[in-house]
Design a protein around this ligand. Structure first.
Ligand code: GLN
Length: 546
């Protein structure tokens, strides 16, 4: 088993613990260490798959089909860590497993209790990930804020682990906030002292304090925090706001965080730099001049976290094309009764993301039509692909009542239909078509141009599918089915012939995009959006299809 870094948070939520964990993973990888990152969520849902995006933000899907916390997306974007369903545990998952064992009689007549049974289960889950992934370091982020009742069993478990393993095998990093009080012109350290006090009450003394702050911290303030929080002076690390999240690993390196972690864990390693990350990602982000405006038309746009991976993948597409992507978030409900041009006229590209339920559907259909008729590059993802299907059936094929049976079970033209395997499913949790499936890509298509591969693998999270009965009609009207899941003949991707760049996919490409390796569809979508010839519908075929 390798070593462990436990990350806790104090004072307030939304401090960016996930980005801190991902950045530490990145730094350690740059030192030649193999790492993995886990998230412990203190809620009772077994996984976030059943939660509304307003409650939880995006549900991130792993290759092995787990519906997980969006922080796992940061872990995969920043590092090469293999992330799977074991990388996300929740209170619900832990209790579920303990109760199942109790019912089976595994506890041999004992009273089953939070300590030791729940805490042991947590420790075993953490150790299992470290062993199975055979890593040097497992970074474990504990969700929530110190002081919450919910996270106590997780904190007790990591306290015990550090006691059992010893200080050079486990490290506690506490992420905290130094609020700046404008009227006093001062940064306040008291909330940090209180938060560390709460941690110490339960037996955890942080080894390193990461101070989230708007302003730089003076040496005096660092000394004060060190003295009152009982940590080494060098272990008070400034984590000041940066312009872009991908700058965080560089900022941490500047503070010497990687050297400090390795020293405390007694690990000797070569010092590699983060030059590639700096050159390929950060410099391009800082220096891009040309602006490309992308409208994202969805129903959860007021919540920045709901389409997290999509927004990031768009940024990656910008990095790959050396352009600055500006995202215009359009509420699909508002489009329902408005002229789409009012919201979309200045867009270089239009994206309709995934979703569930009928609110805002009519607005999304209008957005797809606007992109199709005006030759604006379009990317439809999951529900976005299904909406593009409905729009094409209605407005090109003349099937006025075409719909998905998700929104109208009685429709005469169910162009999107429930998968056969989904018909008898009664329960909601983890029952969709989830995770990675292969897809065969047709030659001489926009899709093939992007991937340059005949076989790809993409992640899914849906119940409904394109209804193959309509394939012939769609093809006659200019649709190319460019990606198919061959074992079941399911449509995975379609595109339009007479359009500069119109691609709709049933899967979620955003989950596999990385800052230094933009997903091929996002890369080419942004490329098309940045192209001055994008609105020329007549030359579409020559332009994009050589
Ligand atoms: N609601 C649609 C389905 O279940 C689309 C899901 C999604 O966009 N993730 O098939």
């Amino acid at each position: 088993m390798g070593k462990f870094i436990f990350i806790t948070g104090g004072v307030v939520s939304s401090l960016g613990k996930g980005i801190a964990a991902a950045s530490i993973g990145k730094l350690l990888e740059s030192r030649g260490l193999k790492t993995t990152i886990m998230k412990c969520d203190p809620y009772l849902n077994v996984d976030p798959g059943t939660m509304n995006p307003y409650q939880h933000g995006e549900v991130y899907v792993t290759n092995d089909g787990a519906e997980t916390d969006l922080d796992l997306g940061h872990y995969e974007r920043f590092t090469n860590a293999q992330i799977s369903q074991d990388n996300n545990i929740t209170t619900g998952k832990i209790y579920y497993s303990v109760i199942m064992k109790e019912r089976k009689g595994d506890y041999l007549g004992k009273t089953v209790q939070i300590i030791p049974h729940i805490t042991d289960e947590i420790k075993n889950c953490i150790k299992k990930v470290s062993k199975e992934k055979d890593v040097d370091i497992t970074i474990v982020e504990i969700g929530g804020t110190v002081g919450d009742i919910e996270s106590l069993p997780f904190l007790e478990a990591i306290r015990q682990m550090k006691w059992e393993l010893g200080p050079t095998y486990a490290l506690n990093i506490h992420v905290t906030l130094l609020p700046y009080i404008k009227s006093a012109g001062e940064q306040k350290t008291k909330p940090t002292q209180h938060s560390v006090g709460r941690l110490r009450e339960i037996g955890i003394t942080p080894d390193i304090i990461l101070c989230r702050t708007e302003k730089h911290i003076s040496k005096e303030e660092k000394d004060k925090i060190a003295l009152f929080c009982n940590v080494d002076r060098e272990a008070v690390i400034e984590a000041a706001d940066v312009k872009h999240i991908y700058e965080v690993p560089l900022a941490f390196k500047k503070e010497g965080l990687d050297d400090l972690i390795l020293k405390k864990l007694n690990i000797k390693s070569e010092d590699r730099d983060l030059k590639e990350w700096e050159d390929v990602v950060v410099k391009r982000l800082r220096n891009a001049v040309k602006e490309v405006r992308i409208a994202v038309v969805g129903k959860y746009i007021t919540l920045p976290d709901a389409y997290k991976s999509i927004y990031e993948a768009l940024v990656h597409g910008g990095i790959a094309n050396n352009v600055k992507v500006t995202i215009n978030k359009v509420d699909s409900s508002e489009l329902e009764h408005a002229d789409p041009a009012k919201f979309l006229a200045d867009s270089d590209g239009i994206l309709v993301p995934g979703g569930f339920g009928s609110r805002g559907i009519a607005g999304k259909i209008k957005a797809v039509r606007y992109a199709r008729e005006n030759g604006i590059p379009f990317l439809g993802i999951c529900l976005g692909m299904q909406i593009a299907t409905i729009e094409f059936a209605k407005n090109v094929c003349g099937l006025k009542d075409a719909n998905s049976t998700e929104f109208d079970q009685e429709t005469k033209n169910p162009v999107i239909n429930l998968l056969d395997e989904q018909r008898d499913i009664q329960t909601m949790g983890a029952t969709m078509r989830l995770g990675a499936f292969p897809c065969t890509v047709a030659k001489d298509t926009l899709t093939h141009q992007a991937y340059k591969k005949d076989l790809i693998t993409e992640r899914h999270r849906h119940r409904y599918e394109f209804n193959n009965e309509y394939k012939g009609l769609f093809e006659k009207q200019g649709v190319i089915f460019s990606g198919i899941y061959s074992p079941k003949d399911l449509v995975e991707i379609f595109e339009l012939k007479n359009h500069p760049w119109f691609v709709a996919c049933q899967f979620h490409p955003e989950f596999q995009s990385k800052p230094e390796r933009a997903h091929p569809l996002f890369r080419n979508f942004i490329k098309a959006a940045a192209s001055p010839a994008k609105k020329d519908l007549s030359s579409a075929s020559e332009l994009q299809r050589h």
